[in-house]
Design a protein around this ligand. Structure first.
Ligand SMILES: [Fe+2]
Length: 509
């Protein structure tokens, strides 16, 4: 590979591969699947489903896409300021893609990692090859230093679950537009799983990936039970640091997707596990994976955020599923001991925010329902479940039922709710979760991205009979309004942190 250290723009030290050298680089580095011999030339490949993903850290991004042909392809990147009238500069850098034959639905999937990104820079990029480029997209890096990070968490878009892909896609696209208009400096879009209803149905994936926001902000994919039963999830999303050992799959890896992965972003450690695999020792294997990642990479992390699909403190229809009862026993004590701060989950298409939970118990019996400020303390963990981000399907809150699980009964302070949850909410409107990391604080909010009006597929199609707060008794609240907000103090008394917390104490005002 040719290295060029002298011609990049200021501060840009990306590996440069001259186009003339690209073919040689690809032949050495790319992994091609079967059928290459009959592949078309690059200039005839149809490129679809381009999606920006997270890399191993804040200096990386990953591009994944589909190609109709298994030809040599790259991602080309340049500072946006150097791209004039759509023309990339001569010193634009290219990163070779790995191109692999799809195992379902034909064609190929490609991915490439962009690295050595600089902070506070707008980059333009396109995928493909000379003579056959995708449209040009852009993304922006923020300040890589400091303790501030905003990211957004989205539950179960599950495109197709209402039965109307177009309506589900419209709600999803609107939530992305609303969320990113309100939070243009969000640095990550984090998935709660269930991107689509049917794992290998590409029309649903096309609708999921339709928004250009997914080419501008990195998507941290999470696998849901609706994604797991096919290979399309893995074909669409390449993830960093992924362990594809057997325990991280619930069945054959030749026909199903899976794997656990992690990344760091600034000083936050994110760990994302495939909760579909839970039986036959998989929960223990997940804990071993998380333990290993925390041991190796947690020392420099200010906070640890864990993400998986199946909410263990479900507020709604999945509250007492057999698999959920198992995870509820298997996970919480380990997460406390590992110093996990925040757990982000999906699956229940309704919102919940737990009390501070330590070793599977409420840490402070006096913590009040809906408290707007909590101190986590050592071993304390907050568990959040995201509501539907697309409006394709909602689940109604369920009453605690100790006949189904004696360990998941009512909250003495609020018997309508499950004991673990400070807040449970369902209004049949689209919402998303915003997390603002501010030094020793995590601010978690559930925000409305829609109203009862379209796009709201489940309501439009009559699958819900009411809409709005208090089971529809109260008028729907406006887009952007707050369902829940909590400031979580994570200061665990480490040396030097009190002073920092004090100096940041006025940031909310
Ligand atoms: Fe779901």
């Amino acid at each position: 590979m040719k290295l060029d250290k002298g011609t990049q723009g200021p501060g840009l030290v990306l590996r440069r591969v001259a186009m003339s050298a690209t073919a040689a680089a690809l032949s050495a580095g790319a992994v091609f699947g079967g059928g290459l011999a009959t592949a078309a030339h690059a200039d005839s490949a149809t490129l679809t489903g381009v999606v920006l993903g997270v890399g191993a850290d804040e200096t990386q991004r990953v591009l994944s896409w589909y190609s109709s042909a298994g030809t040599a392809q790259v991602v080309q990147v340049a500072p946006a300021s150097k791209v004039v009238d759509g023309r990339f500069p001569a010193n634009a850098v290219t990163f070779p893609a790995t191109v692999t034959a799809n195992v379902v639905n034909g064609g190929y999937n490609a991915h490439a990692t962009i690295d050595s990104l600089k902070q506070n820079t707008v980059y333009s990029y396109r995928v493909g090859a000379e003579g056959n480029w995708s449209p040009t997209y852009s993304f922006t890096t923020q300040d890589f230093n400091g303790n501030n990070l905003d990211f957004l968490f989205f539950g179960d878009p599950q495109i197709g679950s209402s039965g109307d892909v177009a309506k589900d896609g419209a709600g999803w696209e609107d939530t992305l537009n609303v969320a990113l208009a309100a939070n243009p400096k969000a640095e990550l879009l984090v998935s709660g799983g269930d991107q689509v209803e049917s794992a290998n149905t590409e029309t649903q994936w096309n609708a999921f990936l339709a928004s250009d926001k997914l080419r501008q902000y990195p998507w941290a994919a999470t696998i849901g039970n609706h994604d797991v039963g096919g290979k399309a999830y893995e074909q669409h999303f390449w993830t960093p640091n992924t362990d594809r050992s057997a325990p991280y799959y619930n069945g054959s890896a030749t026909t199903r997707s899976g794997g656990d992965y992690w990344f760091t972003y600034k000083n936050i450690l994110f760990i994302d596990i495939n909760s579909n695999a839970y039986a036959s020792g998989s929960d223990a294997a997940h804990i071993a994976y998380i333990t290993d990642v925390v041991n190796k990479h947690g020392a420099g992390a200010k906070h640890t955020v864990l993400i998986y699909h199946h909410a263990i403190y479900s507020p709604a229809s999945h509250a007492n599923d057999a698999d959920n009862k198992v995870r509820r026993q298997d996970f919480p004590t380990a997460f406390s001991k590992l110093g996990v701060d925040l757990v982000l989950q999906g699956h229940d298409h309704s919102y919940s925010r737990s009390y501070v939970i330590k070793n599977g118990q409420k840490a402070n019996k006096d913590e009040q329902p809906g408290a707007t400020e909590v101190s986590k303390g050592p071993g304390g963990v907050i568990y959040v479940t995201a509501n539907s981000a697309s409006g394709s399907k909602y689940y109604d809150l369920t009453a605690p039922d100790t006949t189904k699980d004696p360990n998941y009964g009512p909250d003495p302070l609020n018997p309508k709710s499950h004991w673990a949850n400070s807040v449970e909410n369902q209004e049949h409107v689209r919402t998303y979760v915003r997390v603002q990391v501010r030094g020793n604080k995590l601010v978690v909010e559930n925000l409305r991205s829609g109203t009862c009006a379209a796009p709201n597929a489940a309501v439009e199609l009559g699958q819900e009979s009411w809409c709005g707060p208090d089971s529809g008794a109260t008028a729907a609240q406006p887009v952007g309004s707050t369902v829940d907000k909590v400031v979580i103090h994570t200061n665990e008394g480490k040396a030097g942190e009190d002073k920092q917390a004090a100096s940041e104490s006025d940031w909310l005002q």
